[in-house]
Ligand binder design. Structure first.
Ligand code: APR
Ligand code: ZN
Ligand code: ZN
Length: 361
């Protein structure tokens, strides 16, 4: 039997979001219905609302979520009703060239639930990132559910579904930060702070935080930054070089998504260093670089998609580290809010007041 629950809808471009009744069908083959317990508010939800992702309104927002599997469809064996799970953006196929080469984050055949959730008048909803978790329940592909230790608080677990995983993964997966490395992180929002936490977890000797806002630099310190640079008043490339014996950092992580910070990241690395790009630029942004600098510097330039994470490997591991007190995921939760507060949370995000507001159900 399809069920009616409450969900946060973005009805049209730039219109305020609102809570509406949505219809969640029973899970079909390969699908699961998940009772959502917590869902973080991410910039991507705001981009959906602003029409910046696509124009397939109405959207069912929310995609950084954890909850309990309520029911599963035919053929689902990996998760069962009652399992505590973190949701990810898409189930991977396991069979394409990318999956077979051990890089499932590049999978060519990812999928979400086949069936659609709707409004009560039958209007089909587009779930944000194939999830739609600002809702009491949501329908996903079973492969989007990863079981983790249920003793973790849902508002903490859900964060791994997007921004925090993207940041930690940029450091430990894409950047492959190792013990003794020097790391610089440009941009210390939720993603950059997670990269800082990831770098210190991986044993970096120095973690240099760069931002234009002193408040952000203060938080960055609590996440594990050993040095901070305000790039409004100090040239960050010079500062990073100075702090690394003149060489530049072994790994530089860009977590803003702008041409000037891409440029800083490019020049702040050691000759053999790695630049990890996790900040997402807009389509019109361009960066001009002398080709001799591109050629003449070694190392590598990598982009990091979803922290190059493998949910089934990384989510349980990071939850375990959190439960052992070795990674403070709770520090990313600035406030917990209700479903009806999402619009207000977007405003606070816009003003840079929060790392994460998390809807708790
Ligand atoms: N130099 C340094 N820091 C900057 C600059 C700049 N020119 N411009 C902005 N910042 C800082 C902001 O002060 C803020 O602390 O970058 C940080 C951005 O943080 P958030 O807005 O909270 O964004 P976040 O959620 O961390 O995402 C960062 O990663 O995954 C991507 O799409 C995401 O592109 C976005 C980026
Ligand atoms: Zn695949
Ligand atoms: Zn997100």
């Amino acid at each position: 039997m399809a069920q009616e629950v409450r969900g946060v809808i973005a009805p049209g471009k730039d219109e305020p979001v609102r809570v509406e009744t949505i219809v969640v069908p029973d899970p079909g083959p390969g699908e699961a219905v998940v009772k959502i317990q917590a869902c973080g508010v991410c910039h991507t939800d705001l981009h959906y609302k602003q029409g910046g992702i696509n124009d397939e309104f109405p959207f069912l927002l929310g995609h950084e979520a954890a909850g309990v599997v309520e029911s599963v469809g035919a053929g689902v064996t990996d998760v069962a009703p009652g399992d505590f799970v973190i949701l990810n953006w898409r189930a991977v196929c396991g069979n394409c060239r990318a999956c077979l080469r051990g890089r499932p984050w590049y999978c060519f055949n990812t999928h979400n639930a086949q069936q659609k959730m709707t409004l009560t008048d039958g209007t089909e909803l587009s779930p944000a990132l194939g999830i739609g978790a600002f809702a009491e329940k949501t329908l996903v592909a079973a492969g989007q559910c990863t079981k983790v230790d249920p003793s973790v608080a849902p508002q903490v677990a859900g964060l791994l579904g997007c921004g925090v995983m993207a940041g930690i993964g940029a450091a430990i997966n894409t950047g492959n930060v190792g013990r003794g490395d020097t790391v610089a992180v440009i941009g210390c929002g939720g993603v950059g702070d997670a990269a800082i936490a990831g770098a210190s977890l991986a044993g970096a000797a120095k973690v240099i935080a760069v931002d234009i806002d002193d408040r952000k630099l203060e938080t960055a310190r609590s996440m594990g930054a050993t040095h901070t640079v305000n790039s409004r008043s100090t040239d960050p490339v010079d500062a990073i070089r100075e702090l690394t014996g003149g060489f530049g950092a072994d790994v530089v992580i860009e977590a803003v998504g702008r041409p000037e910070t891409y440029r800083q990241a490019f020049y702040a690395r050691d000759l053999a260093g790695t630049v990890v790009l996790v900040g997402v630029p807009t389509p019109e942004m361009k960066l001009e670089l002398p080709l001799l600098d591109v050629f003449g510097r070694g190392g590598s330039l990598k982009s990091s998609w979803y922290g190059d994470c493998l949910p089934s490997r990384d989510f349980p591991m990071l939850i375990d580290l959190h439960l052992q007190g070795r990674l403070d995921l709770g520090a990313f939760v600035t406030e917990t809010i209700e479903l009806t507060d999402v619009e207000k949370a977007f405003e606070r995000m816009h003003h840079g007041d929060v790392l994460r507001s998390v809807v708790v159900l």
